[in-house]
Design a binder for this molecule. Sequence first.
Ligand code: FAD
Length: 463
Amino acid sequence: MSNEIKTQVVVLGAGPGGYSAAFRAADLGLEVTLVEARSTLGGVCLNVGCIPSKALLHVAKVIDDARDMASHGVTFGAPQIDLDKIRAWKDKVVGQLTNGLAGMSKMRKVKVVTGYGKFTGPNTLVAGDTTITFEHAIIAAGSEPVALPFIPKDDPRVIDSTGALELKDIPGEMLVLGGGIIGLEMGTVYRALGSKVSVVEFADQLVPAADADLVKVYTKYNKDNFNIMLSTKVTAVEAKADGLYVTFEGKNAPAAPVRFDKILVAVGRRPNGALLDAVKAGVNVDERGFINVDKQLRTNVGHIYAIGDVIGQPMLAHKAVHEGHVAAEVISGMKHFFDPRCIPSVAYTDPEMAWVGITEKEAKEKGVAVETATFPWAASGRAIASARTEGFTKLIFDKETHRILGGAIVGINAGEMLGEICLAVEMGADAEDIALTIHAHPTLNESIGLAAEMYEGSITDLP
Ligand code: FAD
């Protein structure tokens, strides 16, 4: 039997963008229907992305910390790895959050329809046996991992991030193809659990979007943990009974094919925009599957909005959440725009790498005159007491106004620390604002105040 629903707002996809839009719209008094293909809410982020990866990174961190304690006088035995229990822990974390979303939808009277939605016209879409007629739509269909054509498709030894999070086994030799954030995070997990991990990256540095000084610290700290091949690419993979034989090409390519037990392909994500029959609603989708929007998140069709990964980079959950809020607010009649000064990026690796606002690389490319102040963690009491002095905190200031334009941190807890710099950039703080803020001692956060103090002390042309 087919169902018919009439709704003011339909949201297509229940990831961070979709559920945030749906909840905000419902809170603003709109009648909302949320369509999701998965059996649980939360999208990639909660089910197969941000959250399960962090649950496994927590396990990795405890293993690494326990090992490192040997040099401070406490020696633990070799870790006993119970993969079933680790998986159960990760699934419990995910379940807690996705069930929480289901509860919040109910509380707000958001109608949830389970099924893959496709547009049938400018005001209608179909999901399974449900036809939905809507006044406004928000497309929040997210993205999927990119597959590479020359890598065997149906071989269980080739996995993407979703497969890596399933944690079926701990391969002896693992190749991470792609040295971006997702590849390095998953590599960190498998390395801590016992795999020998190699990382191959086409660019000449890992995490190419980050400043080179940040990545240099990470790479040096991990020189014995990973076999890193930069400026190198994979050109062929031959699946044999005893392993996957990989041919490399480039600056650091091994001369002969190398055998791996598993390959994690982490070369990026592609948007799901081309899969929605959006054309039937008149919505333009570009050749890569992205949907173009204006600053109010409107597509070329006035009553249809798009948010999150499906509209472009950076593909990050917190960007999607804020876009979701703006789209819902615009639909409810508010004159809001998505126009943030900065969107933070964090690699939850060990050490973590976090940056926000302008990078030095970007400043150079755009010809923005900046000055930087870097506080080395070798001079931080808290970093020394934690035996993790490899990091640094860098603030990037406008040369003329001394306002902060960006910042970057590499070191333990860098992601948690970054919030202060985000706030400073968003509020247009200058070096003096940050330097005059009393930071608790001894904290790693103190390094932000100290970097600003150093910079302030060096300014000779105070406005
Ligand atoms: P998604 O989360 O992709 O959700 C889209 C949802 O729409 C999906 O559930 C999909 O099933 C559904 N859908 C798609 N089409 C339809 C349709 N036609 N009908 C019905 N449903 C549909 N980001 C961070 O900010 N921090 C992190 O630490 C982080 N870690 C990550 C780790 C991994 C391993 C991965 C893969 C990603 C990570 N990300 C992280 C990225 C983050 O997950 C995404 O940026 C975020 O989930 C995007 O949110 P979204 O709402 O746009 O879409």
